[in-house]
Design a protein. Structure first.
Length: 414
């Protein structure tokens, strides 16, 4: 099969369909064409979309794909920033990635989990005075405070709410156009300005930073040429550590939804083992939507399954669809943590954080941090606080990327 025979989406450009169908865009076509791979046109260019384990193995082959020119400007202006680790390839990427991995080791994960547990306890005291608690709103504030404190970034109590809002606006601008997109851009500009000033103050000695903190590392890291990052790049990379920690608020909200929708699971976890909790967390990250797909460009023309991948072509790997691929997951649309009981940890089947080895490719380095923060938070929600869930709209849209239960998950202390 040449690319002429690969199923092709109708229409001159399907960007509008992507906006309308959101998380289901790739999967809908995979099902319609009965093919794991098809061609479409998005943002005025040809895009090959793929789903499944084999596609993930291909996508994470660094000899075949590159990230340079793969990330649209609108995503760099909101979610990611410019010239950060996500845009690098080859040796440059490996070196930069090593810096990130060095900040996310098991001891770092443990520190963050302990701090989160402490902050939730502190927050609970304030809740006693509140009639209604919106878990997503509380989680983003707690995570912002903890992320900044852990990274060494000074954050005043009175600015914590607005900074948390800005980090979240950057994340939630991902699949938007119009005002939501602009909100994300403005938020990024504000956060970059704030963090740049802090980097400069650390370099001048006005602010003291612990040597093993993320702030210190980004401020004083030396590249191969012996030069420090520019102030701007140091800020972009430090934000690449803090912003995704704040974004875990989304998974915390979906975890609470899962506990509510599956009271049997909540009971099981009350007396359960660490493995039970881990399986529950894996299933939350498999089942609920967060990252939709990832993109890269073909580095050098090659053929795969008789399909030509021409140099420069943009290729999307479907994260949401692969996590629900019926060839990998039995009854993929059922929430069932037990499915992870015999799971062998395959690096290309379960890809909420991307696929492959994070030290060698672009897979998320923050997966361990995410799991530990979720564990500490679930322990709090299951064992440390009694709450009721009043009537509310808990539905979430799949045509909105990222998405969230409409109410943000309201609870009342009981
Ligand atoms: C909220 C849960 C999270 C999800 C769903 C998530 C998901 C992802 C995904 C899908 C990628 C892209 C993989 C690729 O390009 O192939 C990624 C990359 C990345 N994530 Fe996460 N992530 C999360 C949390 C975190 C945390 C907590 C951190 C850091 C503290 C983090 C830091 C990063 C960085 C630096 C990259 C870029 C890696 C690279 O390009 O080499 N993420 N993440």
């Amino acid at each position: 099969m040449s690319t002429n025979q690969i199923p092709r989406d109708e229409g001159m450009d399907n960007s509008l369909a992507l906006l309308k169908e959101g998380y289901l865009f790739i999967n809908n076509r995979v099902e319609k064409f009965q093919s794991d791979i098809f061609e479409t046109r998005l943002m005025g260019q040809k895009v090959i979309c793929m789903r499944g384990k084999e596609a993930a193995e291909l996508f994470y082959d660094v000899d075949k794909f590159q990230r340079k020119w793969a990330i649209p400007n609108r995503i760099q202006e909101t979610l990611l920033g410019k010239r950060g680790v996500q845009t690098l390839d080859g040796k440059q990427h490996l070196i930069r990635k090593h810096l990130f991995m060095s900040l996310m080791t098991p001891p770092h994960q443990k520190q963050l989990a302990e701090q989160i547990a402490e902050y939730w306890e502190r927050e609970k005291k304030q809740w006693e005075r509140k009639e209604k608690i919106i878990l997503f709103e509380e989680a983003k504030k707690v995570l912002c405070k903890v992320a900044c404190s852990w990274a060494g970034v000074p954050l005043l109590e009175l600015e914590a709410d607005s900074r948390a809002d800005d980090f979240i606006s950057m994340v939630y601008a991902f699949g938007t156009i119009g005002p939501e997109h602009w909100k994300g851009r403005i938020a990024r500009n504000r956060i970059e300005e704030w963090i740049e000033e802090i980097i400069e103050n650390v370099r001048s000695g006005e602010i003291k930073a612990e040597q093993d903190s993320a702030l210190y590392k980004m401020a004083f890291y030396k590249e191969a040429d012996g030069q420090h990052f520019s102030t701007h790049l140091a800020a972009v990379e430090l934000i690449n550590v803090i912003r995704p920690i704040v974004a875990i608020a989304t998974y915390i909200t979906f975890s609470a939804l899962a506990l509510y929708e599956h009271p049997d699971q909540k009971e099981k976890l009350k007396n359960g083992t660490r493995e039970d909790l881990e399986r529950f967390i894996h299933e939350v990250r498999r089942y609920y939507p967060f990252g939709p797909f990832v993109g890269a460009r073909v580095k050098k023309t090659f053929h795969w399954k008789n399909v030509e991948f021409k140099k420069g072509t943009l290729v999307f790997l479907d994260i949401y669809g692969t996590n629900r691929d019926p060839r990998i997951w039995e009854h993929p649309n059922q929430f069932d943590p037990d499915r992870f009981q015999d799971w062998d940890g395959d690096l290309y089947e379960f890809i909420p954080h991307g696929g492959g080895d994070p030290a060698k490719g672009h897979r998320c380095p923050g997966e361990g941090i995410t799991v530990e923060i979720m564990k500490a938070t679930l322990d709090f929600l299951i064992n440390k606080v009694d709450y009721a869930v009043p009537n509310q709209d808990l539905s979430y849209r799949l045509d909105r990327i990222p998405t969230l239960p409409k109410s943000g998950f309201v609870i009342r202390l009981s």
